[in-house]
Ligand binder design. Sequence first.
Ligand SMILES: Cc1ncc(COP(=O)(O)O)c(C=O)c1O
Length: 398
Amino acid sequence: MSFDEMQTLTDFEVRGLASHANLADGHAYQDLGGHFTGIVTQLRSIWATAAKYGIPETNDRFKKAFARLAQSETLGRSANYTICPTASNSIDIVAAFLKECGRRTALIEPTFDNLALLLKRRRAPVMAIPEEFVFDADRHVDLLRLLRAAHCDTLFVVNPNNPTGKCLSREAFEGLAIMCANASILLIIDSSFRFYNRSAFDDYGVLEATGVSFLMLEDTGKVFPTLDMKASLLSYSTDNRDLIEEIYKELYLCSSAFALAVLTEFLDVTSRVGLGASVWTTVDKHRDLLRNAIAGSQLVVAHGSAKSTLSVEWLACHETGKHDLEICSELIRRGLAVLPGRLFYWASADSSARQAHIRISLMKPERVVAAGLERLRAFCQSSSTGSPAKVFELGASA
Ligand SMILES: Cc1ncc(COP(=O)(O)O)c(C=O)c1O
């Protein structure tokens, strides 16, 4: 597929798989590191454990291990969950559910485009809501007004949001849940990046306490370097249980007990040593290296993302005078794959203000990060001469 034919972020990610330095997809491929290597040497005994416990108990052990790391006592005791092989599978079930219920969904923008693509594929009506209406609690009144004006009965948020790194505080999350409960709005939360949030709280507890109707999905694949062996918890309030479980059973009997047993080990090790020692040190180190590589250049951390602790970095490129696709194309010629920002604006990619970002993934092996950043630094140095004309009208939204 040529560069011009690429329509979705995943098209660019697939292209990235064949590049010398792939910092395109957000899947966790960092080096195993000291804390996790023991798991790989114990695969034989983990297999035996998975075979011994069987599916129901393996599911329960995985969910409890996930809840321990997420510090959610509420999730730990919940029976309202299923486990899908990937986060996209969970989103697809959510999309089928929305269509079946005849719901109209407001989904935040920017965010990873496959959420909207999956909803559209299932013919579930979806409209975009700028992320600031969700993450800025002062704008929740306007958010409700927008939802009502657009006749949306469902709000779909990604928290923390990929690519910007925005996170809901406990107060903002609670406010959103109460607002949705009072207005009979179904709240859907994609928490695939939850373990990068440095101010996490028991969001399942908040949902339960507010009594809001909700669906919440999770992912291990953005965090643990398991070469795409991953799982996605899909949880729901009791009112949504029957239909979600019916759709799940049309697609799956269960997830792999072996995969879940391996992932349970990753979760347990991380609970023991802490997210800081096992995950965040790598993100922080790679983010520092990246910021160092672009320092003084016209490629800058996007407005509003300076405090991001996510495993991806959201950069603004308008000062270079080039749009996102030109930058991606120049970088790919140098052997570095990154993502163009416009496709995160899944409903408004054609506006020039939306074409002024690129996204770079950080959770990749040391040698790949080093090779990628060497190319990025060379690109920045080669394009930092002269003062380019600013070709973009800059929108307020970063
Ligand atoms: C927020 C979010 N949810 C879900 C997904 C889908 O994950 P997967 O490709 O592992 O199914 C992605 C992919 O990057 C994502 O960013």
